[in-house]
Design a protein around this ligand. Structure first.
Ligand SMILES: *Cc1c(COP(=O)(O)O)cnc(C)c1O
Length: 378
């Protein structure tokens, strides 16, 4: 069994994808081919945004967004303590201090009360200026943008949505990648919408930021690539990846998103009386980048993972370490609120295999293995 079966997806989509790749090879328009703009238009429309800029990867997308927001030395950027490293790495890379915020145990997303505590603590200390909130749509579910946006307005902060795992999710029909002043996603192969290498995109409705990002991503270009008006980076999406994504996006909209939700519902039905299952809030829709359960403690989690491995079932611990305990942040003033929920989750969490091409009997087999281990073989 595969954790996320990209081989099965390719077998299903092979004719279209092979044709799309061949066309790029024949046209030899490897950089900035027309497929890139076509993809950007399709994604902007899907997310309900004015501008979409495709770029090299999700980490660059966050970096470009932070550059557009002019984040740097002296700024504080609020980031959930429970997320992939890049969410905290990029503000630190920009010269700001990432300040970590606790999350909810049931949705794994940023706790707005903890966010407000952290903003107040930073203001009180007076060393850094609160500037941006990076809210993460963890494991596919949008963060609580209603409350997060209120807090952002109250204290005059920008919201940057890290939807690397959240593309395709929504809150009452409003799509992921539409919640931030700027929103970012990733097309890393294992994300909900993945390409066959690295890729990412930035979304916004603000024309000024969109123009800045278009410039920053091509060496700070002015009139053209050889007219350079500011210091930028090199971060574009390859035409081949755009062509692949155009095909995969159709499958994503047509049936993949629905199929992965069906798989998650089935897991929840089979597991909810045995372990803590992930909660999708009323009115929220997840794109299920991960299906993560919580065990009672670290020992039970590790034993279950070993047992699943014996049975040929892959599982992953996302994430093993709270952000504030990562060595890379040593010496930065990253933690000013209680981060106890994250610390507990890291010891108890386990992600089970999930993807749109999973068969009913595979889900049943995984659930049965969890049941066996948790109920009968403590
Ligand atoms: C994957 C991921 C990123 C980074 O995306 P890459 O394309 O791998 O650079 C950023 N944030 C989160 C939450 C992610 O899961």
């Amino acid at each position: 069994m595969e954790f996320r079966d990209l081989k099965r997806q390719y077998q299903k989509l092979k004719p279209q994808i092979d044709t799309a790749i061949s066309k790029v090879l024949e046209d030899a328009n490897f950089i900035s081919g027309s497929q890139v703009a076509e993809l950007e238009d399709a994604l902007a429309e899907y997310a309900g945004r004015k501008y979409c800029m495709a770029c090299g990867n999700g980490t660059d997308a966050l970096t470009l967004a932070l550059m557009a927001l002019d984040v740097g030395k002296g700024d504080a950027v609020f980031v959930p303590d429970f997320t992939f490293f890049a969410s905290g790495e990029t503000p630190a890379f920009a010269g700001a201090v990432p300040v970590f915020v606790d999350v909810f145990e049931d949705t794994f997303n940023m706790d707005p009360a903890s966010l407000e505590d952290a903003i107040l603590a930073v203001k009180k200390a007076g060393k850094f200026v609160p500037k941006v909130i990076i809210a993460v749509d963890l494991f596919g579910q949008p963060a609580e943008y209603g409350r997060i946006t209120e807090i952002a307005k109250k204290y005059g902060l920008f919201v940057l949505e890290d939807a690397a795992q959240g593309f395709g999710g929504n809150i009452r029909g409003k799509m992921a990648c539409s919640f931030g002043d700027i929103s970012c996603t990733s097309f890393f192969p294992a994300k909900p919408l993945g390409c066959y290498g690295d890729g990412g995109a930035v979304f916004t409705d603000n024309g000024e930021w969109a123009a800045l990002i278009r410039s920053y991503q091509v060496h700070g270009k002015g009139e053209n690539k050889y007219d350079n008006v500011q210091i930028g980076i090199n971060s574009r999406l390859d035409t081949i990846q755009a062509a692949i994504l155009l095909e995969k996006f159709q499958a994503f909209c047509k049936y993949e998103l629905e199929a992965v939700n069906h798989a998650a519902e089935k897991y929840t039905k089979l597991l909810k009386d045995i372990v803590s299952v992930p909660v999708v809030k009323e009115g929220y829709y997840s794109s299920w980048a991960q299906y993560s359960i919580l065990l009672e403690n670290e020992k039970q989690r590790d034993r279950l993972q070993a047992y699943l491995k014996e049975k040929g079932i892959p599982s992953m611990v996302y994430y093993q370490k709270p952000m504030h305990l990562q060595k890379a942040f040593d010496g930065m003033e990253c933690a000013c609120v209680d981060l106890g929920a994250t610390e507990k989750i890291c010891k108890r969490v386990l992600a089970l295999p999930i993807h749109p091409y999973m068969e009913e009997n595979e889900i049943e087999m995984v659930a049965e293995a969890v049941r066996q281990k948790v109920l009968y073989r403590k």
